[in-house]
Design a protein around this ligand. Structure first.
Ligand code: GAL
Length: 463
C-alpha cells in the first residue's frame, strides 16, 4: 500500500475559461481568449469557451460531484473580466456573487477552495490599452484586481495562487504565438515573464500587508515544468539538461527563492532579459508560501551548441536557440493524446531537483494529468490508461516523499473534460466525461478510482 501523509491535500483542478462558459453574461467583459477564439485557425474545429462545460449555470451539480468523489480541495480560477469587466475600474457585483456562491458551496461541503487569480483570461481591454503583459502598467492593474478578490473572498479562501504557469503565458502567448494573445517573437517572452513576476510580487505584497494577518491564509504561485533528462552521460548533455530546467522553471522560481534570474539565462540573453531593480526584487524574493508545480511530461536534453537541428522540438523547451538544447523522446515511451510521453520517474527526479535547488519548500502539485481519446459506452468510460497514468505518477510522488521531499498535496488535472486551449474540446483531460450534446457529467472509471485513493489515503500499487 502506498500510504500518503495524513494531512495530504487531495484535489482536483479546473480553470475559469476552460469550464465556465457564460462568456458574455451578467456583465462579464471579454477576455483575450474570447477574442483569440474568434480568429479563424487559432483553435481546433473553431471551438470556443462560449459555453464550455456550462459550469457557470451548473455550480450546485459540480460541487455535488466533487463531494461524491470525496475531494478535499478544489482548485479553480477567477475570471478577471468577470470581476472587473474592463480590466481596471468598475467592479461587477454579479461576478463577485458567482464566486462567492461557489466558495460557500465548497465550504458547506468541506472542500477547501484553492483559488488561482490568473489562469490566462486577461481582460481584452488591457490587451488593447496596455499591450497586455508587455505593458508597464499591467502589474499594478493585476495587483488592484487581486486586492478586490482578497477583500471579497479572503474571509473564506485560505489558499491563493497568483498566476498559473507564467512560462506558458510568456512562451506560448508571446514566443510561439499559439495561445492568446498570439504574438510571435524571440524577445517578448522575457519582457512578459518579467511583468508576470512583478505582478505576482505586487499582489503578494498587498495580501501580506493588508490581509494575511487577519485572514490567516497563504499565497503562492504555480509554475510548470517538465523533466529534462541528459541524453547521454557526457558533461555537455548534463549541462544542457540543467540549462533547459533553468530556462523553464528556474526562470520564475529563482527570482522568488534566490532573488535573481539564473546565471545561465543572464549570460546567454544579455540585455534581452530585463533586470530587476532592488525595489522589485524586495517584492519578489520570498514571495511564495508554498511551491505550486504543474507537471506533465519528460524529454531528453542534449547539448546543441552551434548546431540546432532542423525540426528539433521547440515547444516544451522555451526558445531553443537561446538554450542550445535539443529535445527528444525515447520512441519506446507511451504517449498520451497530446503526444506527451508518460514518464513517472521524470516526475520524481523533478521533485527531488526542486527540493535540492530551493531548500526543500513545501511543494503542491497543482496539476498533473493526461488526455486520452475516451469513449462513452453503455453509460461508462473505462479509462484504464488514465488510471495507470495516475498510479505511475502518484507512485513517483510517493517515492519522492520517502526521499525527503516536502509534498503538501496533489491536484488532478482535470476534474472534468474541458476546453483544452488551442486543441479545443478534442483533448480530454477529465476524470469526468462531459457528454457533447447534453453536457451531462459522467464520472469515468478514473474518477471512481481517485475517490477510493482519497478515501484510503493511498493505493495498492502494482509497481
Ligand atoms: C496546463 C494548463 C491547464 C491545462 C493543462 C493541460 O498547462 O494550466 O489549463 O490546459 O495544461 O494541457
Amino acid at each position: 500500500m502506498k500510504k500518503f501523509p495524513k494531512d495530504f491535500v487531495w484535489g482536483g483542478a479546473t480553470s475559469s475559461y476552460q469550464i465556465e462558459g457564460a462568456w458574455n453574461e451578467d456583465g462579464k467583459g471579454p477576455s483575450i481568449w474570447d477574442v483569440f477564439c474568434m480568429i479563424p485557425g487559432k483553435v481546433a474545429n473553431g471551438d470556443t469557451g462560449n459555453i464550455a462545460c456550462d459550469h457557470y449555470h451548473r455550480l450546485e451539480e459540480d460541487v455535488a460531484l466533487m463531494k461524491k468523489l470525496g475531494l478535499k480541495a478544489y482548485r479553480f480560477s477567477i475570471s478577471w473580466p468577470r470581476i472587473i469587466p474592463a480590466g481596471r475600474g468598475k467592479v461587477n457585483d454579479k461576478g463577485l456573487a458567482f464566486y462567492s456562491k461557489l466558495i460557500d458551496l465548497l465550504l458547506e461541503n468541506d472542500i477547501e477552495p484553492w483559488v488561482t487569480l490568473y489562469h490566462w483570461d486577461l481582460p481584452a481591454a488591457l490587451e488593447f490599452e496596455m499591450d497586455g503583459w508587455l505593458g508597464e502598467e499591467i502589474s499594478d492593474a493585476f495587483a488592484k484586481y487581486a486586492d478586490v478578490c482578497f477583500e471579497a473572498f479572503g474571509d473564506r479562501v485560505k489558499n491563493w495562487i497568483t498566476i498559473n504557469e507564467a512560462w506558458v503565458v510568456a512562451i506560448l502567448g508571446y514566443g510561439h504565438g499559439v495561445f492568446a494573445p498570439g504574438k510571435k517573437s524571440n524577445d517578448l517572452p522575457y519582457l512578459a515573464g518579467h511583468n508576470l513576476l512583478k505582478a505576482h510580487g505586487k499582489a503578494v505584497d498587498i495580501y501580506r500587508k493588508k490581509y494575511q494577518k487577519s485572514q490567516k491564509g497563504r499565497i503562492g504561485i504555480t509554475n510548470n515544468c517538465d523533466w529534462r533528462e541528459p541524453l547521454t552521460n557526457s558533461q555537455a548533455d548534463k549541462e544542457a539538461a540543467e540549462r533547459a530546467l533553468e530556462f523553464f522553471i528556474a526562470w520564475f522560481a529563482d527570482p522568488i527563492y534566490k532573488g535573481d534570474y539564473p546565471e545561465s539565462m543572464k549570460s546567454r540573453l544579455g540585455k534581452r532579459l530585463p533586470s530587476f531593480t532592488n525595489e522589485e526584487i524586495a517584492l519578489i524574493k520570498d514571495s511564495s508560501d508554498f511551491f505550486g508545480l504543474n507537471h506533465y511530461t519528460t524529454m531528453y536534453a542534449a547539448d546543441s551548441t552551434g548546431k540546432i537541428e532542423e525540426g528539433s522540438v521547440y515547444g516544451n523547451g522555451g526558445l531553443s536557440e537561446d538554450q542550445d538544447v535539443n529535445l527528444s523522446v525515447d520512441p519506446n515511451w507511451k504517449l498520451t493524446d497530446m503526444q506527451w510521453a508518460i514518464v513517472p520517474w521524470g516526475c520524481q527526479k523533478l521533485l527531488e531537483w526542486l527540493a535540492a535547488r530551493y531548500d526543500n519548500p513545501e511543494i503542491y502539485i497543482t496539476e498533473n494529468g493526461c488526455a486520452f481519446d475516451d469513449i462513452l459506452k453503455d453509460g461508462k468510460v473505462e479509462d484504464a490508461d488514465r488510471i495507470a497514468f495516475f498510479e505511475g505518477y502518484l507512485t513517483a510522488v510517493h517515492a519522492a516523499i520517502q526521499n525527503g521531499v516536502n509534498m503538501g498535496g496533489y491536484f488532478i488535472w482535470s476534474l472534468m473534460d474541458n476546453f483544452e486551449w488551442a486543441s479545443g474540446y478534442d483533448k480530454k483531460f477529465g476524470i469526468t466525461y462531459i457528454e457533447k450534446e447534453t453536457l451531462n457529467r459522467i464520472p469515468k472509471d478514473s474518477a471512481l478510482w481517485y475517490a477510493e485513493v482519497i478515501r484510503k489515503g493511498g493505493f495498492e500499487s502494482k509497481m
